[in-house]
Design a protein around this ligand. Structure first.
Ligand SMILES: [Fe+2]
Length: 390
């Protein structure tokens, strides 16, 4: 019986304090003439874009900057604005962009992936919703990351909200994987506290969902467990003091490792459900995950082998040989972390309306993250989970 575990990642991953200094060497071999930077105005005011501009100028590479990403929830309209900007450069200024550099967090990387995909494949990003719908390589991308959470700088996924349907689409294709990812914690110290909290707990949910996924392998297990351990230990410190560079560095590693794990193992119902909430309301992705995680884990626990539950419990800092005690300890640990980083405990505090639960549940079961969840449920199970977390 076939049982493949292919492993997909960017070709090069520049990682660590000062990693951005290695970027010029990487760019030299590309022999580039024109680059499009995709970012937002906050990244410009923080000086991060200027850092990259200096590198491009030193290599005599010309560039344009699309800074039209207006809030931390990637939308079809941002992607279309970016494509309009790209096509204007192409048609009026004869700028044939050979590379897109995204600077920022997951939203900016996801928008850049979507722009790069539609630029070469045509149509609208909506046409590519789902797994492996993209047929041609996207414009090559370098993703310079400034948060520790989504790991979008190294994954093959783009998450884009289609406001017309109130759906947060997942576009998944190896063609979306950036060529180079850059993770330098120097760029992460300015993350506001609430972003540190929501993106940090996203890392924990990536680790747990990748570990319990039906597509998990020994490779993704080791990455996921270490990512969970690091995040449990260092997220409270990074939240308490954003200038704690050791905590920022450890959270960066946790984010990368959890991203490497879920990029190849997939995710589960926490993400299927959080995606729907993100399509309807405006709270950040990680906050939804934080609330949903204990309920979904309890639901899934009957389908997770005992040895794996005990291993997960150990990664979260508690040792027991009793299965049900381990489930309780894991749930306690998630809830304690959520409370420490001051994320609300109920979805009703994040905009969820009871009258939307049925539609959200009908959409969640179709989300591609649902396919790798360890326990397969029905729409009624999603309704129960949303109600429990309400
Ligand atoms: Fe996530």
């Amino acid at each position: 019986m076939e049982n493949t575990h292919n492993y997909i990642l960017p070709k090069t991953n520049l990682i660590g304090i000062g990693a951005i200094k290695d970027l010029p060497n990487e760019l030299l071999s590309w022999k580039l003439s024109k680059v499009l930077i995709v970012t937002d105005k906050n990244m410009i005011s923080l000086g991060y874009v200027e850092n990259v501009e200096k590198i491009l100028k030193s290599l005599f590479i010309s560039y344009d900057i699309f800074d039209g990403i207006l809030h931390p929830n990637p939308t079809v309209s941002f992607v279309e604005d970016g494509l309009t900007y790209l096509n204007k450069g192409l048609n009026i200024f004869k700028r044939n962009y050979k590379l897109i550099i995204s600077i920022g967090g997951g939203t900016n990387h996801d928008c850049a992936k979507a722009i790069a995909t539609v630029a070469t494949n045509g149509g609208s990003i909506i046409n590519y919703e789902g797994y492996n719908k993209v047929t041609k390589p996207a414009i090559p991308q370098i993703a310079i990351n400034t948060t520790a959470g989504s790991a979008a700088e190294l994954t093959m996924f783009a998450i884009v909200v289609d406001n017309s349907r109130k759906v947060k689409m997942t576009i998944a294709s190896p063609f979306l994987t950036p060529f180079i990812s850059v993770n330098d914690p120097i760029f992460m110290t300015t993350m506001p506290r609430e972003v540190t909290a929501s993106s940090g707990i996203d890392v924990v949910s990536h680790g747990i969902e990748a570990f319990v996924s039906t597509e998990a392998s020994p490779i993704t297990d080791s990455l996921a467990l270490e990512a969970i351990s690091l995040a449990i230990e260092y997220l409270p410190r990074a939240y308490e003091n954003g200038n704690d560079l050791e905590a920022r560095e450890k959270m960066m590693f946790a984010s990368i490792m959890a991203g490497m794990a879920f990029n190849n193992a997939g995710l589960g119902y926490v993400h299927s459900m959080a995606h729907q909430l993100g399509g309807f309301y405006n709270q950040t992705h990680g906050c939804y995950n934080a609330v949903l995680l204990p309920y979904v884990f309890e639901f899934n626990s009957v389908s997770i082998p005992e040895q794996r539950i005990l291993k997960l419990c150990e990664a979260m800092g508690a040792i027991t040989h009793n299965r049900s005690q381990a489930v309780d300890l894991i749930i306690d640990s998630i809830e304690k972390l959520r409370a420490t980083i001051e994320i609300p405990s109920k979805l009703s505090e994040m905009g969820l309306k009871e009258s939307d639960i049925k539609t959200l549940s009908q959409n969640a079961i179709k989300d591609i993250c649902s396919f790798t969840n360890p326990r397969q449920g029905f729409v009624e199970d999603f309704i129960s989970l949303f109600k429990a977390a309400f």
